[in-house]
Write a protein that binds this ligand. Structure first.
Ligand code: KG4
Ligand code: ZN
Length: 353
């Protein structure tokens, strides 16, 4: 079985073709084309929706052709076409969703609308053999949440950020330090040479009941510290980056522990903790979670950094998982700029507006 997946919800244009394996465990990535638009947005310090949508239009067609070429697959050899239908920037979603529908219609193949967050949550099963249920930590520029993944389309959100997403906090702190967008990789690089103990930044929500996150207080504390320091030396920048990253790591580990406890109270032991989203590429966070999982006896599944960041393979894989269950969508499926994973949240039901 082979599914083509399209991702255009933010600032990467991505197309992938993923196949399933005999025995049903994990998938094979036959093509995985990603074009970042970061260069076009950098001057603005963040993603500009209109520029993103136009760039997706320019790049998507050739990228679909390349993916088919790399996978050595003809459109007729595909079983289904999947596209991310949200959550994200509506202009970009429209581009990918429309391209996916058009290809499905022209080729006479089923079309599957995928929730971008479901793509991140199911990537663990693309790269490793892991059964439901498991706990997923989704940490990106737009989202920070802990989700019980009970099955395809069956998710329960245990906690999420009440203010900034983790990636947003990395990006904003990077901006304060005069570093280019996106800030996460810059902060990580500088933190490697910095003193994580020099500044004692707050760890919001530590020990708090529930599994929610808060990161804006930490961001504000960093802002006040940088204002106090005035002109920042190279050492100051490295030390702030290291101290900030250490605080984020502590918050994430504490919230993951809380999420694991909530999970166990609700549905017993999870089959693992899976990480997804661009911040999941961060080495300090990954190392801390490896330790946390070793202590709690929970298996840790960390897709490689390029599959944590936005990509097409996660959309193709989620599409493949849905297709295997007989799920497909109408060509009238509308983009969903807001689309919570949790079915108990309003408007979350797949296939309904
Ligand atoms: O999942 P993603 O590629 O796009 C969204 O859906 O947001 O995540 C992008 C976010 C950005 O905020 C970026 O700064 C952050 O992930 N990020 C990192 C690292 N690499 C990317 N944050 C911390 N450390 C990293 N190494
Ligand atoms: Zn994402």
């Amino acid at each position: 079985m082979r599914v083509l997946g399209i991702e255009t919800t933010c600032d990467e244009t991505a197309v992938a073709i993923v196949g399933d394996r005999l025995g049903g465990h994990g998938g094979d990535i036959l093509a995985n084309e990603v074009r970042s638009q970061i260069d076009r947005h950098r001057a603005y310090g963040g993603v500009v929706p209109e520029i993103a949508a136009r760039a997706h239009i320019e790049v998507l067609g050739p990228l679909m052709a390349r993916a088919l070429e790399h996978a050595r697959v003809d459109v007729s050899g595909l079983d289904a076409i999947a596209a991310a239908a949200g959550p994200g920037l509506v202009g970009g979603i429209l581009v990918g969703l429309t391209a996916g529908k058009a290809l499905a219609l022209a080729a006479g193949k089923p079309f599957i609308a995928v929730n971008h967050l479901e793509g991140h949550a199911l990537t663990a099963r693309l790269v490793e053999q892991i059964d439901f249920p498991y706990l997923a930590l989704l940490v990106s520029g737009g989202h920070t949440q802990l989700v019980a993944v009970n099955g395809v389309g069956d998710y329960r959100r245990l906690g999420s950020t009440v203010d900034d997403a983790a990636g947003e906090a990395f990006d904003k702190v990077a901006k304060m330090l005069g570093l280019p967008y996106p800030g996460g990789p810059q902060i990580e690089r500088l933190a490697n040479d910095g003193d994580a103990h020099r500044f004692d930044f707050p760890r919001p929500m530590l020990g708090r009941a529930g599994a929610d996150f808060s990161l804006s207080g930490l961001k504000t504390a960093v802002r006040l510290e940088t204002l106090r320091l005035g002109t920042l030396s190279e050492t100051d920048v490295k030390d702030v980056a290291a101290s900030f990253q250490a605080a984020v790591v502590d918050v994430i580990v504490d919230r993951v522990r809380a999420g694991l406890r909530m999970f166990m109270e609700g549905s017993g032991r999870p089959n693992g903790l899976a990480i997804g989203g661009g911040v999941g590429a961060n080495g300090a966070i990954r190392r801390a979670l490896i330790r946390c999982c070793a202590e709690t006896g929970v298996r840790f599944v960390a897709p490689p950094p390029e599959l944590c960041a936005d990509n097409g393979a996660m959309i193709a894989w989620a599409g493949l998982e849905r297709y295997k269950l007989g799920l497909k969508d109408d060509l009238a499926f509308a983009p969903r700029p807001r689309w919570p994973l949790d079915a108990t949240a309003s408007g979350a039901h797949h296939g309904k507006a």
